[in-house]
Unconditional design. Structure first.
Lengths: 160, 430
């Protein structure tokens, strides 16, 4: 399960990011040297960003890479730490689950309006549905972590 | 005002209980706004925030710059930067530490992350310093502090995020970071010279490199210099936007990694996934911070604070200095990006109301974040180094980092007193 998730989300996020890089470069090169930009490259980048962020999210949660204030960890007994982790993962699962529902509802609304992107006429709702699903998947990751908290402390990663 | 203060208190309490900071901010923002404004509009608003942040073209600048830094790290360009710097200053007292600062500055011009710069340099610069008998506090301190140049010398993840949140021009922010970045590098080298002067055994000199080898070392880094010139020159010169520059930079760095045969399909995917994970982590914080600031902006706090401060009649510069003092203090115990995102909805309106240039304030923010990243007990650069250099005592890393807080703090004061250091270069932009 874990390996499949890592593989699928990793492949999706990696492909999306690589595509953004290629698109942006091709767009600039085309515009500067051939006076022709790629039609819809802006829109495609936006849609691909959804892939990078939301396919990356389950991986971040799975590897415990969210920024946490863990300075007190060394002062707490390991048993208490495990309980604390489980409770927090359950809360994260609930929050992300709620968000997934909100996004799903928004996607349904957009689908009923028939919203499409301006240039390529792609249905936006499809991508918002994907956002909701990946968000729900991340909630599931947290739920699984809550049920079986990992023994080793994850390494810290920060935003600076 | 009370609601907002309760909100801040709740975020801190949750964070202390080990709730991930993004979830703490997001949840408090959501519940707070729900209580003030009603749950229906809050729910719709939250979905809209996630949607807007997900589908934002300009935000693709974040993963692209991260990707560029990761490709460059993988291509081994950091070793060559360090080699070239070493060839020129290695024979001086504390020379390897000087070379570390120079290499960090160079690496900072391709990498927008302080942590990545410190992590890369730990692998490149620590082993030779250890071999030559450098004291651990000098070697680790200079790497941790030099790493922070990664966010001052453009590109810079934190400047990009500041630019997005405050709607400040990212190209101008980047230009504004150049001189303060070089100033910080000089100040850090001053710190190295001071430590090596007081305790010569802490940083012995290495053998002198003859000139032919110096030129050879310099020739090896032309690729890095070209990449920097194209990306940053293009952004400053208005040839392309920051987002486009990031895309070109990532593609160029990809080209380098390919040309040096450091990439297989497997490592390519690794680099891409690693960059995507960092992006997802940052966007979680970004979305949560937006939810939280929507709540804070709905309370009377930003307005009250602005009125209260104007009534106090303090000199504006004293106010900015007070804000910086708050940041430096908070930075010792908090993760820095979160600290900035948490406080911007309150501080930023005051700064613009006082008539200050948001670009200058952005540079000041980066400076306090630099100090925060290496001020014990909580600073990401120190933790990353501890994770990578398992044999070094955390106390040595703390001691060395604390020593190098001073040069960076001097840089902060200088930019505070002489805004031209930051604003001169963007002033030249068209």
């Amino acid at each position: 399960m874990k390996r499949l998730l890592t593989l699928l989300c990793g492949a999706l996020a990696a492909a999306a990011l690589f595509a953004i890089m290629v698109l942006t470069t091709a767009d600039v090169v085309g515009r500067k040297f051939f006076a022709a930009s790629l039609p819809g490259s802006l829109e495609l980048t936006e849609l691909l960003m959804v892939g990078v962020i939301f396919a990356g999210l389950p991986l971040v949660s799975l590897q415990g890479e969210h920024v946490v204030f863990d300075t007190l960890d060394s002062r707490l007994p390991p048993a208490l730490l495990r309980v604390q982790r489980a409770v927090i993962d359950a809360l994260c699962a609930a929050a992300l689950g709620g968000l997934a529902v909100l996004l799903w509802l928004k996607a349904g609304q957009m689908a009923s309006y028939g919203d499409t992107t301006a240039q390529l006429k792609l249905p936006v709702a499809l991508f918002v549905h994907a956002m909701a699903l990946l968000c729900g998947l991340t909630a599931a990751v947290h739920a699984a972590l809550a049920l079986s908290p990992p023994a080793a402390a994850p390494k810290p990663v920060g935003g600076g | 005002m009370t609601e907002a203060l309760l909100g801040f208190a709740a975020v801190f309490a949750l964070a202390l209980l080990r709730v991930p900071l993004a979830f703490a901010m997001g949840a408090v923002g959501y519940v707070g706004l729900g209580l003030l404004r009603g749950w229906g509009p809050t729910a719709a608003g939250a979905a809209q925030v996630v949607y807007d942040t997900g589908f934002a073209y300009t935000l693709s600048v974040v993963p692209l710059f991260i990707l560029m830094g990761n490709f460059v790290a993988r291509a081994g360009l950091a070793d060559e930067l360090f080699g070239a710097a070493f060839a020129f200053v290695g024979h001086r007292r504390g020379g390897l530490a000087h070379a570390t600062v120079i290499a960090c500055a160079g690496f900072g011009a391709i990498c927008g992350s302080s942590i990545a710069t410190a992590a890369t340099m730990s692998k490149v610069a620590y082993p030779p310093m250890k071999q030559l008998g450098y004291a651990d506090h000098l070697s680790t301190g200079v790497i941790a502090a030099g790493g922070t140049l990664g966010i001052m010398i453009p590109p810079s993840t934190i400047m990009v995020i500041y630019g997005i949140v405050t709607e400040t021009n990212i190209g101008r922010l980047f230009a504004a970071g150049v001189l303060p970045g070089l100033l910080c590098a000089l100040l850090l080298m001053g710190g190295v010279a001071f430590i090596a002067h007081r305790d010569p055994a802490a940083g012995p000199a290495a053998a002198r490199t003859p000139w032919p080898q110096r030129w050879a070392a310099l020739r090896r880094i032309w690729g890095v210099l070209l990449l920097v010139a194209v990306v940053l020159g293009g952004i400053y010169g208005g040839v392309f936007t920051a987002t486009e520059g990031a895309g070109i930079g990532a593609a160029g760095a990809f080209g380098f990694a390919l040309a040096r045969r450091t990439l297989t399909l497997r490592t390519l995917v690794e680099v891409l996934v690693e960059s995507a994970r960092t992006t997802a982590m940052l966007f979680t914080i970004l979305i949560a911070a937006t939810l939280f600031s929507n709540f804070v902006n709905f309370t009377s706090m930003p307005g009250d604070l602005k009125d209260g401060i104007t009534q106090l009649g303090l000199p504006p510069l004293a106010l900015i200095a007070a804000m910086m003092a708050v940041y430096v203090l908070l930075g010792t115990i908090m993760e820095e990006l979160t600290m900035v995102l948490l406080t911007l909805p309150v501080f930023f309106p005051v700064v613009t109301a006082l008539g200050y240039d948001p670009v200058w304030f952005g540079v000041l923010i980066v400076l306090v974040v630099q100090v925060g990243l290496i001020s014990p007990p909580v600073g990401m650069n120190m933790f990353v180094m501890k994770a990578l250099l398992k044999d070094v005592a955390l106390s040595a890393i703390f001691r060395g980092s604390a020593l190098f807080c001073l040069p960076l703090a001097i840089g902060l004061v200088l930019v505070l007193l002489f805004p031209a250091i930051a604003l001169w270069l963007p002033g030249l932009m068209t």
